[in-house]
Design a binder for this molecule. Sequence first.
Ligand code: ADP
Ligand code: MG
Length: 705
Amino acid sequence: MGTCSENRKSVPELFGSAVFNDDVMMERLPKDVYKSLRKTIDEGKDLDLTVANAVASAMKDWAVEQGATHFTHWFQPLNGITAEKHDSFISPTSDGRVIMQFSGKELIKGEPDASSFPSGGLRATFEARGYTAWDPTSYAFVKGDSLYIPTAFCSYSGEVLDKKTPLLRSMEALSAQAVRMLRLFGDEKTQQVITTVGAEQEYFLIDKELYKQRPDLLFTGRTLFGAKAPKGQELEDHYYGAIKPKVAAFMGDLDRELWKLGVLAKTKHNEVAPAQHELAPIFTTTNIACDHNQLTMEVMKNVADRHGLVCLLHEKPFAGVNGSGKHNNWSITTDSGKNLLDPGARPWENLPFLLILAAVIQGVDEYQDLLRISVASAGNDRRLGANEAPPAIVSMFLGDELTAVLQAIEEGKPYTQAQRKKLETGVRVLPDFNMDNTDRNRTSPFAFTGNKFEFRSLGSALSIACPNIMLNTIVAEELRRFSDILEQSPAPTGEAVYALIRQVLGRHKRIIFNGDGYSAQWVEEAKRRGLLNLPTTADALPRYLDQKNVALFIRHKIYTEAEMEARYETIMEEYVKTLNIEALTMARMVRGDILPAVSGYASALAQGVAARRQLIPSLPCTAETGLIEGLSALLDRAYAQTSELEALLRDPSSESVNILTAAVHYRDKVLPAMEALRGTVDQMEQRASGACWPYPTYAQLMFNI
Ligand code: ADP
Ligand code: MG
């Protein structure tokens, strides 16, 4: 909620006020120290210890003024959340007092006990140490009573244990190959290209008191039971609807908290499902966008808590209405600020643009599996392909103009631009518009949207690191292959480029699909085209370790094979563990609350019937007897299904469990058993009295704010 004086601050004053950003550095660091630090940030030059000491000391003084007493190396382990361990700045003096101290060494490197972070078997358990290393390209900030220092995380023997390091490596790999490609066209100036990302974030807000009454929400983040409310999203009256005061207060507070942390929160609106909302930031450099998205999710939860609400980031908290996703808007910009995915007015002549476009087409087709894997989780599997999110089939949308440009190139014909259509409003005081030729297809997993690609398959809770690692690396790989070819040609003129693009289209245009990605016909059509359809994590993940994928990451020095195996293990384990927790929670809810409640209700009905018949023996009591019969049958069924479900569960942390076998077992046996049990319980909920039902209903959860 912030203090009063903070609330009076103007937005420009507030923005970044808790961040040790460039302005603060310039103001607080000696000139030569600032210069060396900038060299480290901009060019990756090593930071020497005297500079680090000066930076640390200035950072500490500034943080203490902001109210900080502690510092933490903030990192992103493989489980997709952020990790922090706080140390205070205190240091004892000889006369028994303390002073506040922070050294360059402490800034640059930390040594957290890493033994309990997922490592996929990379780190022997006896070797508990891990290292964290400062990422100076992402600014430090103060949150609560701590100075947060964004860091990378690796094991004692140097294996990468986080998501930030490979993300930074993939950005460098793409930069190297893109600069190499730009040189072919006479660009001698660009030293670096940067990938940029804007991550649109969907979420649900529900009442905190109701949330606490549902073990499924508490333990799994989603409702495992819940009969549909009479009203869902069918009237489409929530999307972009007027924002209710309680939600508006949350959103306003959230904006200010994020602005303080330098997050460029820009757009907010209601989403399709009741109680669902979205926040979109202005795009920024990918690794910062990733840090900021992690922060955004965390701040959303904290601010909601202060407002008596809970922010649900699960990909599918409620059955029957839309789940939440995250759109990863991705582009490539040179160090002088030119967006390389901007087609310009004459795209057919924009050779660097066409080459990158071709690289993306070839890359998305050849590495469909990696893109699917990058968004795989037990939660997101429930959303993909459910007519609310793109299918589990990866394809690309290019829009009419680019499709026509590519077609002309493929056919070797000159391209003539279609006339821009005018949209006439027919109202004198309203302007007419030139219609945008890059129309929007909302059903495509990977759509070109004017000057960027929008990857729409991400689940709401996902770290955006992995999808961007995949994207950056596959485009780096295709650009590398293109440059290998073009550098051989005497002059990489238009003809050489067009010939290459023709070849790419010949082999890979099957990945381009401009139609309705939600339709059943597309599933058939995609099959005919030979595209992959990997509906679940258990289907997708095994492909991660395919030879071509291992070769890709090794070539670009993103991962070693051992690091990939570790990631595979970690994701598969998380899949199995998630489903196991869900199944256990269901069984507990049925046995502990639902069976006693419904059986009690049926008994009460029976007693009532007996009492009434004592008075008037001829009473038919058809309503009660019907209800008792129906509920008794459902009780017996739920009881049997719970036992069946429990019998299927394995201990996923047991050493003897083969992770792939376990994942397949959970997909094929446990998931259907969970669905069956849910079906029975939801029927019970619809028949039993509201008063006896032990949990808040869908109607209460989604319609009471
Ligand atoms: P929508 O997908 O709802 O139509 P917009 O097209 O307005 O939304 O933009 C969505 C997101 O794309 C925003 O976060 C925006 O900052 C981001 N974006 C715009 N340009 C770029 C770019 N060049 N690189 C990365 N992201 C971008
Ligand atoms: Mg979008």
